[in-house]
Design a binder for this molecule. Sequence first.
Ligand code: ACO
Length: 432
Amino acid sequence: MSETVQLLIDGKTVELPVVTGSEGEKAIDIGRLRQLTGYITLDPGFANTGSCTSAITFMNGEQGVLRYRGIPVEQLAERSTFVETAYLLINGALPTKPQLVNWSQLLNRHSLVHEDMQIFYQNFPRHSHPMGILSAMVNALRSFYPTLPTSTAEEAINITVTRLISKVRTMAAMSYKISRGHRVVYPRPDLDYCANFLNMMFDNPVQPYTIDPRLVRALNVFWILHADHEQNCSTSAVRLVGSARVNLYASISAGVSALWGPLHGGANQAVIEMLRAIHEGGESMATVIARAKDPNDPFRLMGFGHRVYKTRDPRAKIMKQVCDELLEATQVNDPLLTIAVELEKWALEDEYFVSRDLYPNVDFYSGIVLRALGIPTNMFTVMFAIGRLPGWIAQWKEGADDPDWKLYRPRQIYTGPPVNEYVPIAEREPRE
Ligand code: ACO
């Protein structure tokens, strides 16, 4: 017999089904709660609300576990590539060799961006944030690449997925080049996904870029670590917008916008700005920690804390390792790393952070990795977005493939004034 829970409400007992996940997580299915009782649930920030069931990513915030399609992220970071991990997330299983070759070829074939799109890039003000540009341009892709009327729904989705993964990377590098007033570098068919990106970013006619495999590996790991994180803010945005049955480009564009926020993907930029301010301002660790703890100071220790992880974010451990290896390999001595290590030590010994389970998250060391790759600070969140694309796509597809995909439409508890008469302007009481 399937498990249920009983809820005593207004003297009446209602029975609600329990849904159990494959890792034993339990949820009370309240789908019929309002119909049965007249009540809804209230959960600001959705900290206790499951918006869907999903077979893509498993995370356990208490134990610091993260797996994509069942495979621990540690194994993927060590042995996979970003392209292979993207395939895994989107298609549900690791590719066979011919499948991987085919997927890589498809990504290559679709890596060019319509030449007319360059005109848009040229006309954004030079100081525009690349995330705003990316969000607009991803949405604009739909106009340049409409669905062919002859394609089946499946073909249309597959080609859109390939275009997105391949072109977003080209568009990101293109926006950087244009912002610098440089000639755009086109993707090369002989380079793999990550090497191609670095080449499009940094090659120029008078200083050809030399591809360093250690940097390529670091970028692969960076993107693997960001590839999915179940129902986070931007993924929920993608699913919510997609639930209105809008096209995939528009849904992903919403995800990019959500990711931009400093409480979410924008934290990687905010961490570096914080570390730089400490470095340049010479603030002591004690002052920084005291400010982060002061409820009257809006300052927070960026890169610390997580809605789900109540222990160290497993991605942060790997990111720190990548950071150490990269700086050693490139012989770079980044003073911000020294500050980050010290700050982490102070925080982890402080009762405020310990009692609230605040640990470094993926963003704490990722900015230092990106700096070592040569990525400018205002492009950090774009780097996160490229990495998160496979996850957004996989989650959107999972929703779209579900015959019961419902329009996301939460309810609310209204707290405004009761019914009120309209007063003509001449009769309104004077107000300050
Ligand atoms: N610095 C100082 N105090 C913090 C921090 C922090 N980074 N994070 C949480 N706290 C405190 C809060 O002030 C609160 O204290 P209180 O109980 O005394 O009021 C308590 O810890 C709980 O914090 P909430 O904001 O309620 O927790 P929530 O789960 O909503 O927030 C979040 C999670 C947004 C990530 C938060 O920890 C934060 O703002 N961190 C800094 C930004 C950041 O690094 N974001 C990236 C997250 S990872 C990602 O999206 C990729």
